[in-house]
Design a protein around this ligand. Structure first.
Ligand SMILES: NC(=O)c1ccc[n+]([C@@H]2O[C@H](COP(=O)([O-])OP(=O)(O)OC[C@H]3O[C@@H](n4cnc5c(N)ncnc54)[C@H](O)[C@@H]3O)[C@@H](O)[C@H]2O)c1
Length: 425
């Protein structure tokens, strides 16, 4: 019988508690055993342990946990700028690591992680669940099969609504030092999808970003929603008490660490853009036009691949003032010699579970040993590094106004892989 991997969960916010705690044990307990829970906030860790339904020991000190329990695997679900310390210490203790995205937030932190991985010979997985969504997998198969010939450009636009988008401005994500900005925190998913779809690396980025709705642009502000005198007039008022799950995990525990889940989205010191565009040139010559908007009346994305023999187009619906379709429709438009054209409408039914079923498929890939990976969906530290680097370059370009070459930021990431990249051209 297969030996179960003894894992420690570090970070018991919503993501850690559900995806890598409760749901992992519910579906994959033949493969894993939770041996420890770590969080700076012991009350949140206790609440999480009850939700997960585990008897694992709780720690507030990572070192003590590593010493006492010596896990085979550490799963990192803390704020983005803290990932590197935890990943490095876990690798040095002899454990493998799964880290939530983004892998980290700065070039120095990327180096710390990739150096530690090399030094220890352990493995880092990065949680790029969007690669595992059935529609994304289908698009990747079509591209790899050459259905539209050589891809020449991509139009990629992502929309967050006033619920999901605003959530990033309530908490630590709203500060560059913690999240790297949404060019890193959120767009890491999107840049990773592009890198994976195209089988190449981003080479140069030019970007703009601005704060148009949140932060100092707000009409008024308060300490936090619960105590705010502007509740009645604020479009972004959040009643955390209306969500018993989030209330239990965040409200009383906030008395220990002052970490409020319902911070004011109009805080004056918010220092990241909420509206972003970037153009990216890939090493295989593909040009990408990308945007991310965070206060739309809809949630979802548009993506189109323009190729030498056709075009693949998708409008994925996630939330909007009409019913979400039960499936996605990929439009595959082929062009033929002498001007002929044909369209194929490919229906991909939505799967249940988080991120269009991507979360479940990713856990299968990581934990079920017999799962094969023909599309290269499982992502490691290089993919984690490359998508973060693209976001760092975009933020830097948006602030400096110039085109930023990724190899100037981290040359070693490119020289190591030049052969692979040249093959992909
Ligand atoms: N893959 C996805 O689709 C996806 C979705 C949501 C969140 N995430 C990622 O998951 C991570 C966690 O997100 P969240 O929304 O649960 O965050 P959160 O802020 O709600 O929870 C983070 C937890 O980490 C704890 N913590 C902070 N610093 C710590 C440290 N040094 N050591 C131990 N504990 C520490 C906090 O007390 C808190 O309980 C983030 O990196 C986020 O980007 C990924």
């Amino acid at each position: 019988m297969e030996q179960r991997r003894r894992f420690a969960l570090v970070g018991t916010g919503n993501r850690g508690t559900t995806m890598w705690g409760r749901d992992l044990l519910a579906g994959w307990s033949d493969h894993v055993e939770l041996v420890a829970i770590v969080d700076r906030n012991p009350l949140r860790a206790e609440r999480a342990r009850a939700i997960i339904g585990s008897a694992a020991s709780i720690y507030t000190d990572l070192e003590a946990m590593l010493r006492d329990t010596m896990p085979d695997l550490v799963i990192v679900c803390t704020p983005d700028d803290t990932h590197d310390d935890i990943v490095v210490r876990a690798l040095e203790s002899g454990a493998d690591v799964i880290t939530e995205k983004p892998m980290t937030t700065t070039v120095d932190k990327i180096r710390r992680i990739t150096d530690a991985e090399k030094r220890t010979g352990r493995r880092v997985d990065v949680s790029f669940n969007y690669r595992f969504a059935p529609t994304a997998a289908r698009i990747k198969s079509l591209l790899d099969a050459g259905e539209i010939g050589r891809v020449t450009s991509v139009d990629f636009h992502w929309y967050l609504d006033t619920s999901h988008g605003a959530d990033y401005f309530r908490r630590w994500h709203a500060y560059k030092k913690h999240s790297g900005s949404l060019f890193v925190h959120k767009a890491t998913h999107h840049f990773d999808l592009l890198n994976w779809y195209l089988g190449s690396d981003p080479e140069a980025v030019s970007a703009f970003g601005d704060l148009q709705m949140y932060g100092r642009k707000g009409p008024f502000r308060g300490p936090r929603c619960k105590l705010c005198p502007h509740k009645a007039e604020c479009d972004f008022y959040l009643d955390l008490g209306a969500n018993p799950f989030l209330d239990a995990l965040y409200e009383e525990p906030s008395a220990i660490d002052g970490y409020f889940r319902d911070g004011c989205v109009f805080r004056e010191d918010i220092d990241i853009p909420d509206t972003m565009v970037a153009t990216i040139r890939y090493r295989n010559g593909v040009h990408v036009s990308y945007s991310l908007n965070t206060f739309q009346p809809i949630e979802g994305h548009h993506i189109a691949f323009n190729g030498s023999k056709g075009r693949i187009e998708l409008r994925q619906f996630e939330a909007q003032p009409w019913e979400t379709p039960a499936s996605d429709e990929i439009l595959l438009v082929r062009s033929f010699e002498e001007g002929g054209r044909a369209v194929e409408r490919i229906t991909v039914p939505h799967s249940s579970g988080g991120h269009y079923g991507g979360d479940d498929r990713m856990r299968n890939m990581i934990f079920k040993p017999a799962t094969t990976d023909p599309l290269g969906q499982r992502a490691g530290s290089r993919a984690g590094a490359m998508s973060v680097l693209c976001g760092i370059a975009a933020f830097s370009s948006a602030n400096g106004g110039s085109v930023v070459r990724l190899a100037d930021l981290m040359p070693e990431l490119f020289s190591e892989q030049s052969e692979r990249v040249l093959k992909a051209v």
